[in-house]
Ligand binder design. Sequence first.
Ligand code: XMP
Length: 511
Amino acid sequence: MDTIAVLDFGSQYSQLIARRVREINVYCELFPYNTTPAEVLDTQPRGFVLSGGPASIYEKGAPQIPGYVLESGLPILGICYGMHALTHTLGGRVSASSEREYGHAMINVVTPNPLLGSHTQRVWMSHGDRTETPPPGFEILASSDNSPVAAIGDTKAKRYGLQFHPEVRHTPNGVEIIRAFVIDVCGCEPQWTPASIIESAIEDIRSRIGTARAIAGVSGGVDSSVAAALVHRAVGDQLTCIFVNNGLMRLGEPETVVDTFEEQLGARLIAIDATELFLDALDGVTEPEEKRRVIGEKFIRVFEEQAEKVAGDVRFLVQGTIYPDVVESSAPDRRVAARIKTHHNVGGLPPDLDFELIEPLRYLFKDEVRAVGLELGLPESIVWRQPFPGPGLGVRCLGPLTMERLDKLRAADHIVTQELHQAGMLRDETAQAFAVLLPIRSVGVMGDQRTYAETIVVRAVTTDDFMTADWARLPHDMLARISNRIVNEVAGVNRVVYDISSKPPATIEWE
Ligand code: XMP
């Protein structure tokens, strides 16, 4: 499979470069710039992209282009810092600047070339330093008012540098620029499709598992479901899926999981309804951290018990780790973000379980995981499921976790998601939308009766990365319908409020 290697110099946009290349159906991997040459060359890249980064090329210890990249003779595209590194290494001059150019700019193509064609175009700039004089053999390809050297190229050697960021959406022609480099300059074939991903994953999984057996925990989440479905496609009944219903799932979810894996995929499934076990353990627990701890511990115990029931040589555990988890934990400057994420991925299994891991999604971005899921025949309700915390409604039901209160929350939550779904707003316009039940009673009036009942919070947010989020501007008519339906259809709720807090300072979840 034709591959592009992206060397990461620490830019916040590095992952985006890899995603854009994959969108063109070409396989691409992201490596920290100082990865060993053998590891990078092992992927047999047909070209390199050097990402941007926060450093300044003349400062002490500034990362440089590794020698093997230049020695390979393969095409190179340097973006922002990548361009400065290329300029510096090949004998051009970069000017250090303490002032940033940030935002839209128009570039004029001064030398028509394979990447930019010959058109004036809008691009996104975000840089301090800039290339002043291109290295010998390079021409100035484009310039803008603020950056006389906005793009450079040595067409014969197939080396290019861009001062702007083609990988961000703010550069409207950006994907075309990346496509020109990957397809036309590097000569890659667009072979990376969901079908080819599945085919190569299956081969891989079969050769690892051999005749042994594997287990997979499924929870209804996108990643664990797609991972399990993929392994099932590869080894059939050698895989046993285990589903623990902890009683903290949303309305209809346990049924969807069972129906999907048992009926539709025909997979071996152990489904255990552990609702009572969990609720007994949670009896009297109201403190959020304690709830998480109890739910996490119980899950591991129940899962282990069920895993022991699987007969034969069970050596493998399937996990739905995806590419952003992998690159975030290896990138030099993004360790902190990765730690925050791991914390949120609790509800999984401890790393010291005695299994070898099978992680078939390890190299896939979320959109690729979804495409693979659809290709494998998983239903849209799973493939497009919004993120849902491991401790489930345990996080969203404040106060005591009783069956009665959880059912109340499930009913209200169902109304929220149903209304958004019917309006076509669940998938694309909100990243997460759900109900929260507060242990606060207030006075209301219904018919001739005074009521004293609990409150439902409707929470709907927009966000790209879940690190920051804004509240979704849902239409007032829709909020009115949701509120009416909840108080009319859900006994024990007399008040509905809409959460208009952004993150920060609030969080997405309440707990
Ligand atoms: P917050 O509430 O911190 O949430 O703004 C950010 C994202 O993380 C999800 N989340 C969790 N996911 N286990 C998970 O698997 C958890 O304990 C957990 N807590 C929060 C939350 O739904 C949102 O997408």
